[in-house]
Design a binder for this molecule. Structure first.
Ligand code: R5P
Length: 299
């Protein structure tokens, strides 16, 4: 297997696999047109498998990221790889996995169809926004990797969070909270109620089981932090109800604009994975990706 990628996450995954790494050189013309190219010596592609691990850079436009992905996938197909595994550490556009309002696209389905059309034989991601949607939108095998163990390792031995209650900002993150609570040793957990207005995007948060929080530390867990509103509102509610210290754990540090500064103002510890490289990417998902790719190769 050859690993085609644009960052150290891809390179490290290749090392775990003992596979050749083909770096992607990213180039943008003045008008925004992208022209990526992966570097490979000779013509090693024929009949081989490629894993494409392209990461969205922090602050990179998500649309440019996707276009770059499609172009690299197309180039790999044209180069003659016989099987291509598309690894998208953060599944771009996965929040729109269904129609929330009439006449909207199911954007995640559009991305899935395009990847398949361009030659993806399997799809791998980490902590999909709605894991059950993957089987509905992909016709090729799709794999959702859990980052909970990697995130958990980063706080498990911190004495200041030994009494922590696990908090999910909304019902969508409850499974993550339950899994983290179990990994940390049967901790108590709660899921707040969050409503987002489908038209304005405005959030209203209703804390639940707040009696658990008083005098204890809290670990808030979510799949992603984008603008930071959800995490900040949750942290404020925890403090308001008596949490003594707050850790913020999330898989995808999208961290648009000043989201990280906003988080730092209300959280004592911030831990994310390196599905997107950031200052708070302390949990490494490359071993997870390598393991999933190994298992796909065996099939
Ligand atoms: C929403 O359902 C997601 O799980 C996240 O909570 C949300 O996307 C985070 O976005 P933001 O940081 O902009 O509040």
């Amino acid at each position: 297997m050859k690993v085609i990628g644009n960052t150290s996450l891809a390179e490290n995954t290749a090392k775990w696999l003992g596979a050749d790494f083909y770096p992607v050189l990213e180039r943008t013309f003045a008008d925004g047109e992208l022209c990526p190219r992966f570097e490979a010596s000779g013509n090693p592609a024929m009949g081989q498998t490629a894993a494409i691990i392209l990461q969205q850079h922090r602050n990179e436009n998500i649309n440019a990221y996707l276009m770059n992905y499609f172009l690299v996938l197309n180039a790999a197909k044209d180069a003659g790889f016989s099987r291509i595994y598309a690894c998208m550490p953060y599944f771009a556009y996965s929040r729109q996995h269904k129609q929330y309002l009439p006449n909207q696209p199911v954007s995640a389905l559009t991305v899935a169809r395009t990847l398949e059309h361009l030659g993806a034989d399997a799809f791998i991601t980490v902590t999909a926004h709605e894991p059950s949607s993957l089987k509905e939108i992909f016709t090729v095998p799709s794999i959702n990797l859990s980052s909970i163990a990697a995130l958990s390792d980063c706080v498990a031995r911190k004495p200041e969070f030994a009494d922590a209650v696990i908090v999910a900002p909304d019902d969508g993150a409850e499974d993550m909270a339950r899994a983290l609570a179990s990994l940390l040793g049967n901790r108590k957990y709660t899921a707040f109620e969050k409503k987002r207005d489908a038209r304005t995007g405005e959030i209203t948060m209703t804390p639940r089981n707040v009696e658990l929080l008083a005098g204890k530390s809290a670990i808030i867990i979510d799949d992603m932090v984008s603008g930071g509103g959800t995490m900040v509102e949750t942290a404020r509610a925890c403090s308001h109800h008596g949490s003594t210290r707050i850790a913020s754990l999330f898989t995808h540090p999208i961290l648009c604009g000043n989201a990280l500064e906003k988080l730092r103002a209300c959280c004592d510890e911030i831990v994310a994975t390196n599905t997107i490289e950031s200052e708070v990417s302390k949990a490494d998902v490359s071993p997870l990706l390598a393991q999933a790719l190994k298992e796909l190769e065996k099939k």
